[in-house]
Design a protein around this ligand. Structure first.
Ligand SMILES: [Zn+2]
Length: 208
């Protein structure tokens, strides 16, 4: 069995959404200073690195990670590579038959080749037609290596809203470099955070 770690490494240098909080770590107790432990306090946006958005991110009164159902984040998933570098992904952008019967779809684009520290200037994102078609076939989750399911400059966030409307979950900022296309077991559970609008995940794929 092979495990692929498809999680971005969270460091103070990791690229975050322009204007969002950078990750930082403060030592509040230190072995070097004579304390009995090292104790750290973290400051981060829950959208740092690989993460799952919660409904509260885009919906008034939406649920927080602690209350999200977990079945979407655990189970058989398919990795599919797309060649589109920018713009909305339509069903026709995927290889023939590659989406059939898929419940968890992980989309591998050029963005996975970007280092953790570099914000991708262009990235592919979802479309409402892709989301709707995927939901109709019993889909549960769509994960991307892109930092958003919508265009960078989108204010309406049609794809975020379409995902919620269709009962789908998403993962963003995965890193699928070196993962061959195919079916795997996905494990990417959000932390049980109340009040937050998203949660970091440790996303892994296990070969079947
Ligand atoms: Zn997000």
């Amino acid at each position: 069995m092979t495990i692929y770690d498809i999680t971005r490494t969270v460091t103070p240098e990791i690229a975050v959404w322009p204007g969002d909080q950078h990750y930082s770590v403060k030592l509040s107790a230190s072995l070097e200073q004579g304390d009995s432990v090292n104790l750290t306090t973290l400051v981060l946006s829950p959208h740092t690195g690989s993460h799952a958005d919660a409904a509260f991110h885009t919906e008034h009164g939406g649920t927080h990670p602690a209350a999200e159902k977990l079945d979407a984040f655990l189970g058989i998933a398919r990795v599919v590579t797309v060649s589109k570098r920018d713009g909305a992904l339509l069903p026709s952008d995927f290889p023939e038959g590659s989406l059939e019967g898929v419940q968890r779809l992980l989309i591998h684009s050029h963005v996975s080749d970007s280092p953790d520290e570099r914000w991708p200037d262009v990235f592919p994102y979802l479309s409402e037609i892709l989301i709707q078609q995927f939901a109709e076939q019993g889909g549960l989750l769509i994960g991307l290596d892109s930092p958003s399911v919508d265009a960078f400059d989108s204010k309406a966030l049609h794809c975020h809203h379409a995902l919620r409307r269709c009962g789908l979950f998403n993962l963003e900022t995965l890193c699928l470099a070196g993962v061959p296309d195919g079916d795997y077991e996905l494990i990417a559970l959000p932390l049980k955070l109340d009040l937050a609008c998203a949660s970091p995940v440790r996303a892994i794929l296990r070969t079947l």
